[in-house]
Design a protein around this ligand. Structure first.
Ligand code: C2O
Ligand code: CU
Ligand code: CU
Length: 436
């Protein structure tokens, strides 16, 4: 049912061993044994209580990416759960929220490593007015991994810190190039979550077109049809509808096409990377599906009460090498408004209930996916060009690009904003908005 209710659960965060490769088992850090954290399926309006038990040898937090939860239960780095400690995250979902979200660690400086160790899990929130209730659906959580010679999660290299770490082994729901069987002529909803630390996904399904029906924060007002590819940055989610071919035995491949994101130390991807095979199986053909023209109502956030400009940048090369080693240099490399993160500093302040308009500008040489905590914003414009209404929490900024977003916070507290390349976040490309 999609009626609001109460959801309670326990997540144990612990080291586990998995037979992923021939030879020695791989040590991973897991939510409830993993490799992927359990799917948390909720309904709009639910009251949620989740107990988090940290059995890792180091501190961690759990952040509810995209959910409008009270900042005190949102895994702020200051609220680190010590080894052996527990924390109870309680929150109530708004009754108009739906979509695909996720949870992942957020301890300062340790996020990228903990996610590489496999800590991440998906959340689906369903709503009574779901235009696609009843359609077959698949959740595709895409992550990547790199193993060392002993089958263990490889340590970060300096190039990983600089560019963000991409693992060569790309997994869908923890599996390497899995196969999905569909019925002839079936229209299926695909919820895709890019849970990679830094890998951009330029999704394409040659032989079929993609219809985008949802973004981070739920349904689009109107579907976008006929897409041949779709960029999904680290942290971002999308909902797609795909109608598969009618002929039994035909198969398609979901791939990630080459996308150059301005890496500084490593080559860009040059060939299409296969993610998953979809095979039309010998099943009763699906009935034809007709796509509604209107999917949701997105009431635009109106005239802003506050306007801000936020600039993402890199420290110029000649300042970088002065003193200290490679790590010290990199800790001073990725900036927001000219500085690196300090958890005891407030960078911006706002007021409950006010509509804020942010212009976010990328004044660096690489793409950075910009993410804001504490709920969904509306993407208003990209490079000055008005955008169709959508709810977002993570949006890409190419070099020299700008975006305009509007947001309103209904509860006080501190919200983080940062680059969702997790290595950049750890290196301090993050700031604090305090809402009073
Ligand atoms: Cu998904 Cu602050 O992160
Ligand atoms: Cu987040
Ligand atoms: Cu970045």
């Amino acid at each position: 049912s999609t009626e609001a209710g109460t959801f309670s659960g326990v997540i144990d965060i612990a080291e586990t061993r998995h037979a992923l490769l021939p030879g020695a088992p791989t040590r991973l850090w897991s939510y409830n044994a993993g490799p992927l954290g359990p799917l948390i399926e909720l309904n709009a309006g639910d009251r949620v209580a989740i107990t988090l038990n940290n059995r890792l040898p180091e501190e961690t937090t759990v952040h509810w990416h995209g959910l409008p939860v009270d900042p005190r239960v949102d895994g702020h780095p200051r609220d680190a759960i010590a080894p052996g400690g527990s924390f109870r995250a309680g929150f109530t979902l708004p009754d108009n929220l739906s979509g695909t979200f996720w949870y992942h660690p957020h301890p300062h400086g340790l996020t990228a490593r903990q996610v590489a160790m496999s800590l991440a899990g998906p959340v689906i929130i369903r709503h009574r007015n779901d235009p696609f209730a009843g359609l077959p659906e698949s959740l595709l959580v895409i992550s990547d991994q790199r193993f060392d010679r002993d089958n263990q999660v490889a340590a970060h290299t300096p190039a990983d810190w600089m560019d963000g770490r991409e693992g060569e082994v790309v997994l869908v729901n923890g599996q390497y190039r899995p196969r999905l069987d569909v019925a002839p002529n079936e229209t299926r909803r695909l919820r895709v979550l890019n849970a990679c630390a830094a890998r951009y996904l330029l999704l394409s399904l040659p032989g079929a077109t993609l219809t985008r029906v949802g973004t981070d924060g739920g349904a689009l007002a109107r579907p976008e049809t006929g897409l041949s590819q779709l960029l999904l940055t680290p942290g971002e989610r999308t909902e797609l509808l795909v109608t598969f071919p009618a002929r039994v035995g035909q198969s398609l491949q979901l791939v990630s096409l080459p996308y150059a994101r301005g890496k500084m130390m490593q080559p860009e991807q040059t060939a299409a990377l296969p993610l998953m095979t979809v095979a039309v199986a010998d099943r009763a053909p699906a009935a034809a599906f007709s796509l509604p023209a209107q999917l949701a109502t997105i009431v635009p956030l109106g005239r802003p009460d506050i306007r801000r400009r936020v600039v993402l940048s890199e420290r110029p090369m000649d300042h970088r090498m002065a003193g200290g080693g490679m790590m010290a240099m990199m800790k001073n490399m990725f900036l927001i408004d000219g500085r690196t993160y300090d958890m005891n500093r407030v960078d911006l302040s706002g007021k409950v209930g006010q509509i804020e308009e942010w212009e976010v500008v990328n004044d660096s040489h690489m793409d950075h996916p910009f993410h804001l905590h504490g709920g969904q914003f509306q993407l208003i414009a990209r490079n000055g060009k008005p955008q169709p209404p959508s709810w977002r929490d993570t949006v890409n900024l190419a070099p020299r690009a700008s975006l305009t977003l509007r947001v309103r916070f209904d509860t006080p507290g501190e919200r983080l904003y940062h680059c969702h390349i997790l290595e950049h976040e750890d290196l301090g490309m993050m700031g604090t908005l305090a809402v009073h």
